[in-house]
Design a protein around this ligand. Structure first.
Ligand code: MN3
Length: 254
C-alpha cells in the first residue's frame, strides 16, 4: 500500500503543481495574448502593402467604364475618397512609429491591440485603403470570366456565376447605410458572400476579400441617385473574375 501510495501522492503533487503552472501560464498567456495575425495563406497582394501607403494610379482611364460607371464618379472616388483614406492612414501611423512595420493585413487583423489613439482611424482608413485597392483591381472594361479553381468553387457553392451575382446583389441591397458586399474565402478556400458596414474589411475577421462591391453612395450617387441595384448590376458587369481567380489560386499556392 505504502509503496504505491507514495508515488501516487507524488503524482498528485506533480499533477497539481503542473495544474497550477498551467493556470499561471494560461492566465499570463491571456494577459499577454499576441494579437491575431492574418493567416500566412491570406497574406499576399493588398494584405502585404506597407507604410508609407500610396495611392496607385488606375490602370485604365476614368471613362473606361462609361456608361455603366461614369467618369466623374471614377475620378472623384479614386482621387478624393481613396486618396483621403491613404493620407489619413499614413497620418495615423506617423504618430505610432512602432506600428509602421506591420502589413496592412496585419494592422486590420490586429485592430484590437492597436493603441486606442489610432485604432478607429486605422479601422476606417486602413479598411478604406484595402477595400478600394481591391475594388479597382477587380474591375476591367468589358469584365472577364472566372477560371480554374474559382470557376469550380463558384459552381459548387452558387450553381453558376448568375447565382453568385444574385447573392452579391442581395447582400449589397440589404446593407443599411454605407458598406460593402463581399465574396470572401477562408484559409481552406471555402467561399462565402457577406457584407460589412462602413469600411470594415474581411481581413479583420481573418478572411480573404476576393471581390467587393462598394455600396457607399459616393460610389454611385452622381449617376444612379437612390438606384443602388442598378449600380450594383453595372459594377458586376465589369467584374474582372480572371483577376479574382488568380487571387483565389494564391490561397492554394502557399
Ligand atoms: Mn468608396
Amino acid at each position: 500500500m505504502k509503496k504505491s501510495y507514495l508515488p501516487s501522492r507524488r503524482r498528485m503533487l506533480q499533477t497539481s503543481l503542473a495544474g497550477a503552472g498551467f493556470l499561471f501560464f494560461s492566465t499570463l498567456g491571456r494577459a499577454m495574448r499576441p494579437a491575431s495575425t492574418l493567416p500566412p495563406k491570406l497574406s499576399f497582394g493588398i494584405a502585404n502593402l506597407k507604410y508609407p501607403f500610396k495611392l496607385d494610379d488606375l490602370p485604365y482611364a476614368h471613362d473606361a467604364f462609361e456608361p455603366g460607371i461614369d467618369a466623374k464618379t471614377m475620378e472623384i472616388h479614386h482621387s478624393r475618397h481613396h486618396n483621403a483614406y491613404v493620407n489619413n492612414l499614413n497620418a495615423a501611423l506617423e504618430k505610432e512609429p512602432s506600428w509602421q512595420s506591420y502589413s496592412l493585413g496585419d494592422l486590420l487583423a490586429k485592430l484590437d491591440t492597436l493603441p486606442s489613439s489610432i485604432r478607429t482611424t486605422v479601422r476606417n482608413n486602413g479598411g478604406g485603403h484595402a477595400n478600394h485597392a481591391l475594388y479597382w483591381e477587380t474591375m476591367r472594361p468589358g469584365g472577364s470570366s472566372p477560371t480554374g479553381e474559382l470557376a469550380n468553387a463558384i459552381e459548387r457553392k452558387f450553381g453558376d456565376l448568375g447565382g453568385l451575382r444574385a447573392e452579391l446583389k442581395s447582400a449589397a441591397g440589404s446593407r443599411f447605410g454605407s458598406g460593402w458586399s463581399w465574396l470572401v474565402c477562408d484559409t481552406d478556400g471555402i467561399l462565402a458572400v457577406r457584407s460589412t458596414a462602413n469600411q470594415d474589411s474581411p481581413y479583420m475577421d481573418g478572411q480573404l476579400p476576393l471581390f467587393g462591391i462598394d455600396v457607399w453612395e459616393h460610389a454611385y450617387y452622381l449617376k444612379y441617385q437612390n438606384r443602388r441595384g442598378d449600380y450594383v448590376d453595372a459594377y458586376l458587369d465589369v467584374a474582372d473574375w480572371a483577376t479574382v481567380s488568380k487571387n483565389y489560386d494564391s490561397v492554394f499556392a502557399s
